[in-house]
Ligand binder design. Sequence first.
Ligand code: HEC
Ligand code: HEC
Ligand code: HEC
Ligand code: HEC
Ligand code: HEC
Length: 369
Amino acid sequence: MRYLLTFLLMFNTLFANDKVHTFASSSECMACHPAIYEEFSSSMHANATPQKDPIHNAVWDKHPQKNKKEQYGCGKCHTPAADDLDHMLTQGKKALPKIDNATHQEGISCAYCHRIESIELHAKSNTNIIAKNDRAYFGTKKEHIDSPFHGIITEGNEHMQNGNVCIGCHSHKMNNHKLNVCSTNIDNTMDGANCVSCHMPKVTGSVSVMNETKEHTFHGFAGSHFHSDMLQNYVDISLLREIDDFIVNIDNRTSHALLLHPLRTAVLKVSIYRNGEKINLKDEIFVRVIGHEGKPAMPWAATTTLKDTMIQANEKRSVLYNFKLQKGDEVNVTLGWYLVNPKALKMLKLENEDVATKFTEFKKESFSF
Ligand code: HEC
Ligand code: HEC
Ligand code: HEC
Ligand code: HEC
Ligand code: HEC
C-alpha cells in the first residue's frame, strides 16, 4: 500500500508540472495548411532560436546565464515549445537550446500559439497559460468545417482576435534592475486595430486544402525583419515648406513606439535633387539607449534609459531642416532602420552579418516644388 501511495504521488508530481507540455510539430500542419505553414516558416517566430537568429545568438552569447549558469531564461518566449522548458528556466538544471532537439528548434510553434488559453500578468514578464488538451486549437473563424486532425475551439477565446494572445510574450520584459528593457503598449486598441489586425492581415489563399476559402490570416508576422511593407500605411510622412527651412512630419499611427527592441536604430534620410545634383542632409536618428552609469549597457546590466528619441505611440514627430527650398527642387525622404545599432555591431561581433548591418527602407516619399 505504501509503495502504491509513493508511486501515485510521483505520478502526480510528474503531471502536475504546468510548465511542460508536448506540442504537435509545426511540420504536421503543413499538409493541410500549406499557405499558412509557408508564411510561418520564414517568420521570426519560426526562427527565434539562437541557432536560427544570428542577432539573438549574438546577444545570448554575451549573457551571463549562458556562460556561467547554463540556464536559458530566454526560452520562456524564444523556445516555448521545448520539451525541457522547465529545466531551461530553472537555475542549476543546465539546459541550453540544442540544434539536435527538434522541440527546441520549433521556436514559437503553431500548436504553442494556438493552445494559449489565457495570459497571467506579472511585473517582470507575463506568462502564457497553455490548454491541457494537446489536440484542440483556438481559432476565430465563425464558420468552419471539422478537422480530422484536431479539435477547433472558437468560443470564449476573444484573445485570439483582440491581440491579447500576443501579450504573454510581447507586453514587456523587465530586468533584475526593474528596468523595462522592451515594452509594447498593451492597451492595443486603436480605432479597432490591434496586434492581430495590423500584424496578421487577411491575404489571398485558402486556410486549408480541405475547404477552399478566398483568404486566410497572414502568418508571416509583418515586422522589422520581414514584410514591413504591409505596415507602411500606419506611418505617414508629410513635408511642410517654410520660407527659410522645411519640416518633415512623421505621423506614427501605431499603438506602440515605431520600434521596440533597444537594439534598433531608426533613421530619417533626406536628400534634395537640384539641377541634377544630389544634396544629402544630415541623418536624423531615433533610438532608445539603455545603460548604466552614463554608458550604454547590455539589457541585463542596464539600470536606466540614457536617451529616448524613438517615435512614440500615436506621436507626430516634426524634424526641422535648416535648408531653403527653391522652385524645381525634389525632396526625397526615406524612413528606415538598422536592426542592430551600428555602434553595437563590433561589440556583438555582428559586423559581417547582413541582417544586422543592412538598412531597411520602410517608407519613401518624394516632394516636388
Ligand atoms: C518575455 C518574453 C521574452 C524573453 C524572456 C526574452 N525575449 Fe528576446 N524577444 C522577445 C520579443 C517579443 C522579441 C521581439 C521584439 C521586437 O522585435 O521588438 C524579442 C527579440 C529579441 C532580440 C532581437 C532579435 C532580432 O532578431 O532582432 C534579441 C537579441 C533578444 N530578444 C534577446 C533575448 C535574450 C538573449 C533573452 C534571454 C536572456 C531574451 N531575449 C528573452 C521576448 C522575450
Ligand atoms: C488533416 C488536415 C489538417 C491538419 C494536419 C491540420 N489541420 Fe488545422 N484545420 C483543418 C481543417 C479542415 C480546418 C477547418 C478549415 C475551414 O473550415 O476552412 C482547420 C482549421 C484550423 C484552425 C482554425 C480554427 C478557426 O476556425 O479559426 C486552426 C487554428 C488550425 N487548424 C490549426 C492547426 C495546427 C496548429 C495544425 C498543426 C499542429 C493543424 N491545424 C493541422 C485541417 C487540418
Ligand atoms: C511565445 C512568445 C510569443 C508569442 C505568444 C508571440 N510572439 Fe511575436 N515574437 C516573439 C519573439 C521571441 C520574437 C522575436 C524573435 C527573434 O527575433 O528572434 C517575436 C517577434 C515578433 C515580431 C517581429 C517580426 C519581425 O519581422 O521582426 C512580430 C511582428 C510579432 N512577433 C508579432 C506577434 C503577434 C502579432 C503575436 C500574437 C498573435 C505574437 N507575436 C505572439 C515571441 C512571441
Ligand atoms: C496600428 C497598427 C499596429 C498595431 C495595433 C500594432 N502594431 Fe506592431 N508595428 C506596427 C508598425 C507600423 C511597426 C513598425 C514597422 C515594422 O516593424 O515593420 C510595428 C512594429 C512591431 C514590432 C517590431 C519592433 C521591433 O523593434 O523590431 C513588433 C514586435 C510589434 N510591432 C508587435 C506588436 C504587438 C505585440 C502589438 C499588440 C500589442 C502590436 N505590434 C500592435 C503596427 C502596429
Ligand atoms: C504567434 C501566434 C501564432 C502562431 C505561431 C500561429 N498562429 Fe495561426 N493564428 C493566430 C491568430 C491570432 C489567429 C487568428 C487571426 C484572426 O482572427 O484574424 C490565427 C489564425 C489561424 C487559422 C485560422 C484561419 C485563418 O486564416 O484565419 C489557422 C488555420 C491557423 N491560424 C493555423 C496556424 C498554423 C498551421 C500555424 C503554423 C504553421 C499557425 N497558425 C501559427 C496566431 C498564431
